[in-house]
Ligand binder design. Structure first.
Ligand code: AP5
Length: 215
């Protein structure tokens, strides 16, 4: 399945919770790209400036990254794709990858959150520098201010969580990703989930859609 939604709508949070509950592997394209930047790999060098500006990585490059990840899925099984596809060409690229792997997309879950809430979530997000766990200064407060609950290392602010970059990410979401929702709606694969409210309440709605799609 694929998880869609504007920046900060909770894709990563909900994908991880559903993955834990149903024992499904999760793959976030954003996490993978940030890791490549941290490790200063060739891929990282290609995408660093794009990530910091909140711009999209070219479709062909994303297709290669996603195919490599899906081919390496061990054991082969279900996967939650967090943040892919996010353009119409990426929908076609994913179709071709899944065909080559003899796999199928069963569900596209789109999270819906009003813009003011998105700004609140992204401006308050804090990420562990070491284990990458995510916190929020209001909604998921770390036990010790500025420190990760899990490993105790410092928390930091993502470079693309500055307000000017958030606005660019939202603009790109509307122009490039909203048409993806329409494509999946036409195919009967799209389910929309109201994603404002507490994390646990959103998780109930999100996971109910997964259960219904599997029934
Ligand atoms: P990516 O990391 O996917 O960024 P994004 O789509 O902008 O989404 P975020 O990670 O910011 O937010 P999220 O929806 O996962 O929310 P989260 O759960 O963290 O991609 C980064 C970049 O990589 C892109 O800009 C692009 O450059 C590139 N990229 C990635 N995929 C690509 C693709 N397919 N094609 C081309 N380029 C690509 O939650 C946010 C905050 O809110 C957290 O602090 C969390 O604690 C809090 N929160 C979550 N849920 C709730 C709730 N219910 N109530 C209150 N707070 C909540």
């Amino acid at each position: 399945m694929s998880v869609l939604g504007p920046p900060g709508s909770g894709k990563g949070t909900q994908a991880e919770l559903a993955g834990q509950r149903f024992g499904i592997a999760c793959f976030s394209t954003g996490d993978l790209l940030r890791k490549a930047v941290r490790e200063e790999s060739a891929l990282g060098g290609q995408v660093k400036a794009l990530l910091e500006a909140g711009s999209l990585v070219p479709d062909d490059l994303m297709g290669k990254v996603v195919e490599e990840k899906l081919r390496r899925l061990e054991p082969p099984g279900s996967m939650i794709l967090d943040g892919f596809p996010r353009t119409c060409p990426q929908v076609e690229i994913l179709d071709r990858i899944l065909e080559r792997l003899d796999r199928k997309l069963h569900l596209a879950l789109a999270l819906e959150v009003p813009d003011p809430e998105i700004l609140r979530r992204l401006s308050g997000r804090r990420v562990c520098r070491s284990c990458r766990a995510t916190f929020h200064v209001e909604f998921q407060v770390p036990r010790l201010a500025g420190k990760c609950d899990g490993c105790g290392k410092d928390l930091s602010i993502r470079k693309d969580d500055r307000e000017s970059v958030i606005q660019n990410r939202l603009r790109i979401y509307r122009s490039e990703t909203t048409p993806v929702l329409e494509l999946y709606r036409e195919r009967g694969l799209l389910k929309e989930v109201q994603a404002d409210g507490a994390v646990g309440d959103v998780a109930k709605r999100f996971q109910k859609e997964i259960l219904q799609a599997c029934a």
